[in-house]
Design a protein around this ligand. Structure first.
Ligand SMILES: [Zn+2]
Length: 405
């Protein structure tokens, strides 16, 4: 006789198989039932039953005949369906927020850039973000009921357990703020949060310069320096969720004291503020990055030199990563990428020169393909995953699964 214990076990196993099948279809594209059975190491009967569940939940569909180019009796292929509903992505920075609404296969329907005035408090910024989400939902003909999940990126380490921003953020006033609950209550949808550089990696991996990679690093050089790590085809978040803090790599033992309390961190010589500080003696106190980029384009030697020096410093930090992680691609994001080769060549040459030849010679250093939108696109990808993880598979299953929120 099958008791409640073993029935619950079978239930979990079924759910795990469905999630694994969705993950395989997401990474491989169209697959047959036999492919799924082989990859998941389950029987053909179980694979057919998993597929039947996913078809019934509109999560997969039979692929069109044109993509089924087998000779002989063709195996019917399955692919991910575009499920109903929309997702929202939010990327919050020190002086901006970006908000987008997309379909659940991550096609953007509407998007807005929202400037954030200096000194605006976190509650006000969150309210403005909420208003923009409502406006964009309305503009695309949707309401809160259509919203399946929200992904939020913030510039700081995010603790996995609590979803709170940890100390070390460039938004110190956001440390400990529970934006996930605030947005979740207003929107009545599951909200996921991650560090902006992790989302930059995710965005560039799904839709940008790291498509098809399994091992890559995304580095964002801005007010701070963060990185997102893709290792073996998975985003690596670390034990507490705060991996990739490249900006706090000590590179100058006698250097300036960093905001993290350490000394000579990469950020103290290679961030946008340190670039501007470097140029203050020649260009004055109020010099802005846009002006530095303009002057560099016109051949200003001081600006070109400072930008290349920053690139080289970033390259020294990345060379350490390159030696340890052996990525195939390093995607460089952030506003300095607009400077082009003076910056990127500084990064590239130093990575190659300062890492072991086996690793330095294979790594491809590329600018972010999504430019300033990498993090937003990653936030949408995070939301799309959250929607699959939290809704459909559970909704389709009987009520015995505990609610996620
Ligand atoms: Zn530091």
């Amino acid at each position: 006789m099958v008791g409640p214990q073993s029935s619950r076990g079978a239930h979990r196993l079924r759910e795990a198989n469905r999630r694994a099948a969705l993950a395989l279809l997401r990474s491989h594209g169209a697959l047959s039932r036999a492919d799924l059975a082989r990859e998941l190491r389950i029987s053909p009967t179980t694979a057919s039953s998993v597929v039947a569940d996913l078809l019934a939940a509109d999560l997969v569909r039979e692929a069109p005949a044109s993509t089924q180019g087998q000779r002989g009796r063709p195996a019917r292929l399955l692919e991910l369906a575009t499920p109903p509903g929309v997702v929202v992505g939010v990327d919050i920075g020190r002086r901006h927020a970006r908000v987008a609404v997309a379909t659940r296969d991550e096609s953007v329907l509407a998007e807005e850039y929202v400037p954030v005035p200096a000194g605006q408090d976190r509650e006000r910024t969150t309210r403005v973000v909420q208003e923009y989400i409502d406006v964009l939902l309305e503009r695309t003909g949707h309401g809160h009921a259509d919203l399946r999940a929200v992904g939020v990126g913030l510039p700081g380490p995010i603790e996995h357990e609590t979803n709170l921003i940890a100390t070390g953020s460039i938004l110190p006033e956001w440390v400990g703020y529970d934006i996930v609950s605030v947005l979740g209550e207003h929107l009545r949808a599951p909200v996921s949060i991650d560090n902006d550089a992790n989302l930059g990696m995710l965005g560039e991996w799904r839709h940008g310069a790291a498509r098809g990679c399994t091992d890559a690093v995304y580095v964002k050089v801005s007010t701070g320096i963060g990185s997102g790590l893709l290792l073996g085809g998975r985003l690596h978040r670390g034990a507490a969720g705060t991996a990739g803090e490249l900006g706090h790599t000590p590179i100058e033992p006698e250097g300036a004291v960093c905001r993290c309390g350490s000394r000579g961190c990469l950020e103290t010589v290679a961030s946008v503020p340190s670039l501007l500080a470097m140029l203050t003696p020649t260009l004055g106190e109020d010099i802005a990055l846009a002006e530095v980029l303009r002057l560099a384009e016109r051949g200003n030697r001081a600006c070109l030199r400072a930008i290349t020096d920053v690139g080289r410093a970033v390259g020294r930090g990345l060379a350490v990563m390159c030696n340890i992680l052996n990525p195939a691609v390093i995607v460089v994001g952030g506003p300095l990428v607009a400077a082009g080769s003076p910056f990127l060549d500084g990064v590239r040459d130093t990575v190659v020169r300062s890492s072991i030849p086996a690793n330095g010679n294979v790594v491809d250093v590329r600018p972010a393909a999504l430019e300033s939108r990498s993090e937003l696109v990653g936030a949408l990808a995070l939301a799309a995953r959250t929607a699959v993880d939290r809704y459909d598979v559970d909704d389709h299953e009987s009520a015995s699964l505990s609610p996620r929120r």
